[in-house]
Design a protein around this ligand. Structure first.
Ligand SMILES: *[C@@H]1O[C@H](CO)[C@@H](O)[C@H](O)[C@H]1NC(C)=O
Ligand SMILES: *[C@@H]1O[C@H](CO)[C@@H](O)[C@H](O)[C@H]1NC(C)=O
Ligand SMILES: *[C@@H]1O[C@H](CO)[C@@H](O)[C@H](O)[C@H]1NC(C)=O
Ligand SMILES: *[C@@H]1O[C@H](CO)[C@@H](O)[C@H](O)[C@H]1NC(C)=O
Ligand SMILES: *[C@@H]1O[C@H](CO)[C@@H](O)[C@H](O)[C@H]1NC(C)=O
Ligand SMILES: *[C@@H]1O[C@H](CO)[C@@H](O)[C@H](O)[C@H]1NC(C)=O
Ligand SMILES: *[C@@H]1O[C@H](CO)[C@@H](O)[C@H](O)[C@H]1NC(C)=O
Ligand SMILES: *[C@@H]1O[C@H](CO)[C@@H](O)[C@H](O)[C@H]1NC(C)=O
Length: 768
């Protein structure tokens, strides 16, 4: 069983985002001992949502009201101010405080109380990806938006390495005067480290310190000691850096998606824990500071919308016109694994791009074989003996092979264990002959190794059989571009349906997330070769954490080009212009399902295309009221709705699950009736013409097997810009579908024009 832990450790090492999760669990294990807990058994940190409309006029600020509320319930006045961790203004109405159970009960009876949640823990889930996105200096989203100039992207993450060349402000214009953020100094972080690129840096750890008051793990400032935040922020908006590479891999000019946008970093993801109270404070501040786009590469699993801090804070951001990009999570390929399936955010899946990082093994016969590898160490200096060990499962035999290269054949998806066995047997290297779809998870390897296909592997096996003294040598650091097929959906990318709101199809889009090259913290090691730690200004890591800032960067470009677009309009433009064919002209494949075509529950509408998204023709807009009508239809009660909306001034006269969204999901999963009764599901949508004044769009339906789908009207004629037209989509099918999932699409094609507005349609018998 120890092996399996190490297998998952291997995965974790390759998917940086999971390092923190692993570390987090380890640390919690070692820290959750009674004597270390500052918060006694009965007390804990709580987030209290309050109704500001009933605040007595006597209080000048809501913080005073919260303090007074705490003072009333807390016996000794001397301590109440220490109990208050944060008073929130923008992300929620309310505060977080360390409370005993009896104090919590007293708060529940106080005037203005709406709801509470216990503080809990969240999960954290580029040289070439900008080219893969089609970003080009001569045309499209870069020049039209002036590279996202003056758009401010806020990231809640592990902090930033401000000295990174990705945050150089050479040639940048002055910081927009509307900016209200600041550069907060702290340990190893001088407030002078910000500039015209990195315009804000703050940190939030009161929630963490309430749990671990004597923590010495984290740098007490916005400095990134882990790398994740430096990577995501440079991906979204890093400046151009010439001559970048990762130990020879992926060489070239590194640049963020929106290289003229500004970065503000809000550090709330700490190595030993990520707390809701800190996250809310970070988003609260980002909203107050005036960010335009928020990039949130983390999420919380299994929570209702009114308990999900990311959903709640994102609602407030959306109302302020802030676009929120989030990561779908790394728990694929099973269905219903995604987090952030929130109707008012963008939920991003991870794609592999057309770049492979490879190495070569040259055999004694002169024949060579090529394989995937991302090994940051040196090439072999000479030929080394090579031995076939097939399963590589006998650790004792492996240990006898020092100074040899071992060849392992992965017959039954035991790759992770084989890698572990080889690594810890101190061999000179490993060649893994495998057709596993998970190679991308392992390819960032800490010892000389190659992952070769069954065909390439045969050359090696033939050679070993034929030679009495077989030997081989490795060369690494090859970067192949334009590889096919690409893009592909990453196997680990989490899938829909959304558990928190099944009636909105999630994820929304896919964006580059696999093996992404971007800046890194200089003192957070990128690899550990034989207990020798390597450091690098750049790193290549994978996850939906990396896809999220790509989408945030694209949103910044769209916001730069169209400052008047609402968050829903930006999302709609990204979704309806996404593409679904790979660079071989076939449907985009899903590495998590044996390279079958990726479904909309895995990749959303498709791969984002920033240039196309500049001019979507029609958009599906949505306002806060539309989302509230959805919350009403989800049968949330008034305290649950108020927790999200922060206001009592809503009513549920127009309940509707039918949100004006650019995609469709219909459930045919009624298990209770065996009758042959058909069921019709109807969807109503309203599109706004933001293209040419006089334009006509004709509906083009890709059918769904076994279902009757119709659209009415099937022709939309516009005579003005901003004109709205409505239509109805009907899907007729059995009450319980035989298949678990079928999908098709509705595309509005401009008559005599170039625009195509595509929405996927999913019909499923999965549970809602
Ligand atoms: C934290 O450190 C202080 C000072 O060293 C000590 O008095 C206190 O007991 C420690 N708290 C915990 C929870 O370990
Ligand atoms: C890998 O090859 C084996 C043996 O040919 C086959 O059974 C298996 O399905 C293949 N796996 C994948 C993911 O293609
Ligand atoms: C095996 O060795 C023979 C004699 O050296 C050579 O002619 C032949 O090409 C070799 N075959 C392979 C597969 O290497
Ligand atoms: C990271 O860098 C800072 C100085 O920039 C140093 O004080 C700190 O100890 C370093 N941390 C590690 C883990 O190397
Ligand atoms: C809403 O539901 C929650 C959970 O069941 C309950 O605690 C709360 O009192 C309810 N609020 C109202 C106003 O009914
Ligand atoms: C509910 O809100 C709608 C629009 O905001 C308004 O037109 C309507 O009068 C409201 N109904 C009630 C009962 O307050
Ligand atoms: C319907 O019931 C069958 C048998 O109990 C079960 O296997 C299946 O998962 C159910 N389907 C749905 C959609 O609930
Ligand atoms: C589709 O429509 C035809 C003709 O009205 C009907 O006979 C058939 O049952 C429908 N199929 C489904 C799956 O509803």
């Amino acid at each position: 069983m120890i092996k399996r832990d190490w297998k998952s450790h291997f995965i974790a090492k390759n998917m940086e985002i999971q390092i923190s999760i692993l570390c987090l669990f380890l640390c919690i294990l070692c820290l959750t001992t009674p004597q270390l807990m500052f918060i006694s058994a009965e007390s804990d940190t709580y987030i209290i949502h309050m109704d500001l409309s009933v605040m007595p006029k006597a209080f000048s600020t809501h913080q005073n009201w919260y303090l007074a509320t705490l003072a009333t319930i807390s016996g000794r006045d001397a301590v109440f101010s220490r109990k208050l961790l944060y008073s929130y203004t923008n992300s929620i109405n309310g505060f977080s405080a360390v409370l005993s159970l009896s104090e919590l009960e007293a708060i529940k009876n106080s005037k203005g109380y709406v709801s509470y949640t216990k503080d809990s823990i969240l999960k954290v889930d580029t040289t070439h990806s900008y080219q893969f996105l089609g970003l080009d200096s001569n045309q499209g989203a870069w020049p039209v938006s002036n590279y996202g100039q003056d758009v401010i992207i806020g990231l809640v993450d592990t902090g930033v390495w401000p000295e990174s060349r990705s945050f150089s402000d050479d040639g940048m214009s002055d910081v927009p005067s509307r900016w209200r953020g600041e550069c907060e100094g702290g340990e190893l972080f001088d407030s002078s480290l910000c500039n015209k690129k990195l315009i804000g840096a703050r940190y939030f750890n009161k929630g963490l310190l309430a749990k671990y008051p004597n923590s010495t793990f984290s740098t007490n400032s916005a400095r990134d000691t882990e790398g994740h935040g430096t990577h995501t922020s440079s991906t979204a908006a890093g400046s151009r850096v010439k001559g970048a590479s990762y130990f020879g891999y992926a060489p070239g000019t590194a640049t963020g998606v929106a290289p003229n946008s500004r970065v503000a970093i809000y550090k709330a993801l700490w190595e030993i824990g990520i707390y809701v109270s800190d996250i809310l404070a970070a988003i609260d501040q980002a909203i107050a500071d005036g960010v335009d786009v928020l990039s949130l590469s983390f999420g919380i699993d299994g929570k209702a919308l009114y308990e999900d801090p990311v959903a709640i804070a994102a609602f407030a951001a959306m109302e302020k016109g802030i676009f929120v990009s989030t990561s779908a999570g790394n728990n694929g390929p099973e269905h219903a694994t995604l987090h952030n399936g929130t109707p008012w955010v963008l939920t991003v899946a991870a794609a592999a791009i057309d770049r492979e990082l490879r190495g070569t093994v040259t055999l004694g016969s002169g024949v060579s074989a090529s394989g995937s590898s991302l090994y940051p160490g040196k090439d072999s200096s000479r030929f080394i003996g090579i031995v076939l060990m097939s399963g590589c499962d006998d650790e004792e035999s492996l240990k006898k092979l020092v100074h040899k290269i071992v060849v392992c054949v992965d017959y039954s998806d035991l790759l992770g264990e084989q890698i572990y066995n080889v690594r810890y047997s101190k061999l000179a290297g490993g060649i893994f002959i495998t057709n596993s779809t998970l190679v991308d998870l392992y390819v960032k390897i800490q010892f000389p190794a190659l992952f070769v296909s069954l065909e390439e592997g045969q050359k090696i096996l033939d050679y070993i059989k034929n030679d009495s003294n077989p030997e081989a040598r490795f060369t690494f650091g090859e970067t192949h571009l334009g590889t096919k097929p690409a893009p592909k959906l990453a196997g680990y990318s989490s899938r829909g349906p959304s558990q928190s709101c099944p009636f909105v199809l999630k994820p929304d889009v896919m964006a580059p997330g696999d093996m992404i090259f971007a800046s890194w913290s200089l003192n957070s090691s990128v690899a550990d070769l034989n207990s020798h730690q390597l450091f690098s200004a750049f790193n290549i890591v994978s996850g939906t954490s990396m896809a999220c800032p790509h989408a945030a960067g694209v949103a910044a470009l769209l916001k730069g080009a169209h400052p008047e677009w609402s968050p829903a309009a930006i999302r709609s433009a990204m979704m309806t212009t996404a593409y679904i064919s790979d660079n071989t002209g076939n449907p985009i494949k899903d590495m998590g399902s044996k390279n079958q075509p990726a479904t909309p529950l895995a990749m959303g509408t498709g791969h984002i295309d920033p240039n196309n998204a500049l001019d979507p023709g029609l958009i599906y807009d949505a306002t806060a009221t539309d989302y509230i009508n959805l919350l009403c239809a989800l049968n949330f009660n008034s305290s649950q709705i108020k927790t999200i909306t922060r206001s009592s001034s809503y009513n549920c006269s127009f309940r509707s699950l039918d949100l004006n969204y650019p995609s469709f999901i219909a459930y045919f999963n009624d298990n209770n009736t065996k009758s042959k009764v058909q069921k019709v599901q109807e969807f109503h949508r309203t599109v706004t013409n933001i293209g040419d004044e006089n334009s006509v769009y004709i509906a083009n339906l890709t059918p769904l097997d076994g279902l009757n789908v119709s659209v009415s009207p099937s022709r939309l004629e516009f005579t003005r810009k901003f004109e709205k037209k409505s239509y109805k989509l009907s899907i007729e099918g059995p009450k319980l579908m035989k298949e678990s999932l079928v999908f098709g699409s509705l595309t509005w094609i401009q008559s005599g024009g170039h625009r195509e507005v595509r929405s996927p349609i999913v019909a499923t018998s999965l549970s809602s």
